[in-house]
Design a protein around this ligand. Structure first.
Ligand code: ATP
Ligand code: LTN
Length: 339
């Protein structure tokens, strides 16, 4: 399902869930495409779960010190970005041991061949011959994350769609064999307007792991860094502020950034900048981004030092462990294990 279809559906009785890996500071793309989406949905759904997928992050080598910092940083960023801890259960995946337990039971009902077909596994394993067994079973852990909480919708980028579809297969197979246990989840894919592109190569996605720092705006970039990156963004030689993804991907990307962060629309922007040059437009885009991220950063640095985060995580761990234990026990009984 995409965002456009979603407006027409009653969301009041729905549960949503998503996770982000703590593999570095999140980008403006992650913020607009994933976090801001959750901020919008938190007011219209029955229940919302947002977690840090730290156990997924260790399927590839991590520096322990950096990982530790990235985990706390991501929790603080969720809240600083507007995720309300009263409206969402914000938790750490590794705080809940039943995710791995449920994952094991699901692994034992998932055919090897099905996992071998996962595109992300094929990509990542081809880049490193010493890949871990965890990289292979990664999608089953993701299925466990989703199925434990009876999630109706899973907001993810298009790259994760195949994994949510696998979670559906896993759920369906288990339900058929052992009786109704899991709800069928659906991926919730944001529409193209919220896909933020690389600043230097606007035909590819802005991504956390990009090798060129000038391509990507990180949520914690300073005012000067943001201004420099936006002023240096690739555009075209037409000198016309007009939305045209195919012929003017750079300008269209900057317009998408503005409309995602303000009340502006594409026509209002085109009108506002008629006859103006790219420099003026870019300065405006930079101001919009600096203002939005400035507010987030202020809150972020306040949160990092406080013990508010620990309290939020502690309560969420209790709540999610109880839910997951119940599902784990239900599965055990159905599979013939002792509870
Ligand atoms: P990595 O470079 O480590 O693969 P990433 O930046 O591509 O990271 P993920 O951690 O894989 O991001 O994704 C987290 C979520 O952020 C995704 O489910 C997706 O919805 C969203 N997202 C990522 N990049 C963008 C983007 N450029 N525009 C919009 N949404 C994005
Ligand atoms: N694999 C996802 C992160 C993730 C996730 C999940 C997303 C782990 N478990 C469950 C949605 C639901 C990623 O890399 N973006």
């Amino acid at each position: 399902m995409n965002k456009k279809d979603m407006g027409s559906e009653n969301m009041q009785d729905k549960t949503i869930l998503t996770g982000i890996q703590p593999s570095g500071v999140i980008t403006l793309g992650n913020y607009i495409g994933a976090v801001k989406q959750m901020v919008r949905l938190q007011d219209v759904v029955k229940k919302s779960y947002l977690f840090v997928a730290d156990m997924h992050a260790i399927t590839v080598p991590q520096d322990p010190k950096e990982l530790h910092e990235n985990i706390r940083s991501l929790i603080a960023l969720y809240i600083a970005c507007g995720i309300d801890p009263k409206k969402n259960v914000i938790f750490l995946q590794s705080d809940n041991p039943y995710h791995a337990s449920v994952s094991w039971l699901l692994e034992c009902t998932t055919p090897f061949g099905e996992l071998s077909r996962m595109t992300q596994f094929k990509d990542k394993s081809s880049k490193n011959v010493n890949f871990s067994a965890g990289l292979f079973t990664y999608p089953v852990l993701m299925a466990a994350d989703i199925l434990i909480y009876d999630a109706d919708y899973v907001p993810v980028g298009i790259d994760q769609k195949q994994h949510v579809e696998l979670a559906r297969n896993i759920a369906e197979r288990f339900n058929k064999k052992f009786g109704e246990t899991f709800k069928m989840p659906e991926p919730y894919i944001s529409d193209s307007g919220t896909k933020i592109m690389d600043l230097l190569d606007p035909t590819k996605k802005m991504s956390k792991s990009s090798t060129n720092p000038r391509s990507v705006i990180k949520i914690l970039d300073t005012k000067e860094e943001i201004e420099k990156k936006i002023m240096g963004a690739t555009t075209d030689s037409e000198m016309k502020i007009k939305y045209d993804e195919k012929n003017k991907p750079g300008i269209s990307n900057l317009m998408n950034i503005v409309i995602s962060l303000t009340d502006e629309t594409i026509p209002s922007l085109e009108e506002k900048f008629e006859g103006k040059n790219y420099g003026e437009f870019k300065r405006y885009v930079a101001d919009v981004v600096v203002e939005e991220l400035g507010k987030i950063q202020k809150r972020y640095y306040e949160l990092l030092g406080s013990n508010e985060l620990d309290q939020i995580l502690e309560e969420a761990a209790k709540e999610t462990r109880a839910i997951a234990l119940q599902k784990f026990n239900e599965m055990k009984v159905k599979m013939g294990l002792y509870k």
